[in-house]
Write a protein that binds this ligand. Structure first.
Ligand SMILES: Nc1ncnc2c1ncn2[C@@H]1O[C@H](COP(=O)(O)OP(=O)(O)O)[C@@H](O)[C@H]1O
Ligand SMILES: O=C(O)[C@@H](O)C(=O)COP(=O)(O)O
Length: 428
């Protein structure tokens, strides 16, 4: 294994695994495997990139640091020369963490300063200019992310936000430097390191900027960011003769299907409405869940009754309703109850033969895949930017798509079910 990634949630992990497996033309990408948590065994010898999916985005900072350092130890033991810490392209975090604490802990363990922090993902509309994060043409705090159920993003100034989470000073390499190319960017990062800046926000407004950053970081032991930061990393390794390059293929999956959605993002709510127009859809009554009147068996019964028609079950609500539910029951208890509900429903469905599962939401995906007990996935074709088909490595014939709340076109859910069914016939 040459390159190792520590991802702070499961959708984020499949996003960056997709980026690394695809790479950029003409070189292509790396042989990539996504692991769910730190594997208890060594990686297969042919794996070039290993992505460890943690569920560390919204847990106490100390626990996130401990899990990330354990992941680092495993990746270093597999021979990784470069480590990427992957977080969300909308920089999902709170004033306490977890991006700053984890990134600083990894940097200290590796003994490095001047570490890039860049969540930009232009293909999904996320760009960073002068240290400020935009989603499309809106600043982050005006993009809908200010209503996120777990980590409302209320400040678009990444340097200021990351400083609140960090102990060392945070630097900035702005776009005027990035546009001068990899040499100038490398020099600016070295200067930042000289000033004692451990983490350095780096601008990127286009895929070309991300390639410049990747080139500037070719020798860096640690890089942090969204999946975009990994665009140019396979090319560095392939050009250096350290990896072979090319495109992966996956085996097909087929069988009964279910779509489970816990994301409350604007994009996901529009995707649910689109799905409702042509497919059976069940809205989970969250009060009933909290009062113990609705459980996994109800979800399973609905999915079973609509097998073959693309059934979707969702708990998602608009920001006012989410706020009211959190007020009544508490933020964590609601999230925990819903994550557990979807996890257990998925476990029962798969045990009874469901083979295609599409999940909406990062935390929700973590809960579902953990409940399924799958330990690793191969990366298949891209469904939409940042969302690939994943096929379980254990030969169980299980295919999943883990959609970040904010990702995907309006007809994502139906297309994802089709893509899973066709996975074996499409080269990634
Ligand atoms: N109606 C709701 N009210 C409050 N919280 C909810 C509701 N529906 C889902 N949630 C919780 O909100 C969180 C959404 O996060 P996540 O699944 O990561 O979605 P996203 O990808 O949009 O961030 C989950 O923990 C989920 O259980
Ligand atoms: O970087 C991104 O936007 C995604 O890869 C990601 O991390 C998504 O997280 P969720 O929105 O919580 O699914």
């Amino acid at each position: 294994m040459i390159i190792g990634v520590i991802a702070d949630d499961f959708t984020g992990a499949s996003d960056i695994a997709n980026t690394i497996a695809k790479g950029v033309e003409p070189e292509g990408g790396l042989r990539t495997v996504q692991y769910l948590n730190v594997p208890p065994h060594p990686a297969a010898p042919d794996v070039e990139a290993g992505v460890i999916a943690l569920k560390s985005r919204s847990i106490p900072a100390g626990e996130a640091v401990a899990q990330s350092l354990a992941a680092l130890d495993w990746l270093l033991a597999q021979g990784c020369r470069q480590i990427v810490f992957k977080y969300c392209s909308t920089f999902d975090s709170t004033p306490e963490g977890n991006i700053g604490p984890v990134a600083e802990a990894l940097a200290r363990r590796l003994g490095v300063l001047g570490v890039v922090a860049c969540p930009a993902f232009p293909d999904a509309g996320r760009s960073v200019y002068m240290g400020h994060l935009f989603v499309g043409d809106r600043l982050l705090n005006d993009s809908g992310m200010e209503h996120h159920p777990l980590n409302p993003m209320t400040d678009p100034d990444l340097r200021r936000w990351l400083t609140r989470q960090s102990t060392d000073p945070v630097g900035l390499v702005g776009w005027p430097v990035i546009r001068q190319g990899a040499g100038a960017t490398r020099d600016a990062l070295a200067e930042a390191a000289g000033r004692g800046e451990r983490l350095v926000i780096a601008d990127a407004i286009s895929n070309d900027d991300l390639l410049v950053l990747a080139q500037a970081c070719a020798e860096a032991r640690l890089i942090t960011g969204g999946s975009g930061i990994a665009r140019g990393l396979p090319r560095n390794l392939i050009r250096a003769g350290l990896a072979r390059g090319g495109r992966p293929a996956v085996d097909g999956v087929d069988g009964a299907e279910a779509v489970l959605v816990g994301s409350c993002s604007r994009a996901t709510r529009a995707q649910i409405e689109r799905h409702r127009a042509g497919h059976p859809v069940l809205a989970v009554d969250v009060d009933a869940v909290m009062e113990g009147r609705l459980g996994p068996a109800d979800i399973v019964a609905f999915v079973d009754a609509h097998r073959g028609a693309g059934p979707l079950v969702y708990s998602s609500s608009d920001p006012d309703r989410v706020a009211a539910l959190q007020e009544t029951y508490g933020r964590e208890p609601v999230a925990h109850a819903l994550d557990a509900l979807f996890g257990e429903a998925a476990r029962v469905l798969v045990a009874a033969g469901t083979r295609r599962i599409v999940v909406g939401g990062g935390e929700t995906s973590g809960a579902v895949v953990t409940a399924l007990g799958v330990t690793s996935f191969r990366i298949g074709p891209e469904i939409d930017p940042g969302v690939p088909v994943l096929v379980a490595e254990d030969g169980s014939g299980l295919g999943v798509a883990l959609k970040s709340g904010n990702f995907g076109g309006e007809d994502f859910f139906a297309r994802a079910l089709d893509a899973l069914a066709g996975a074996g016939r499409v080269a990634a």
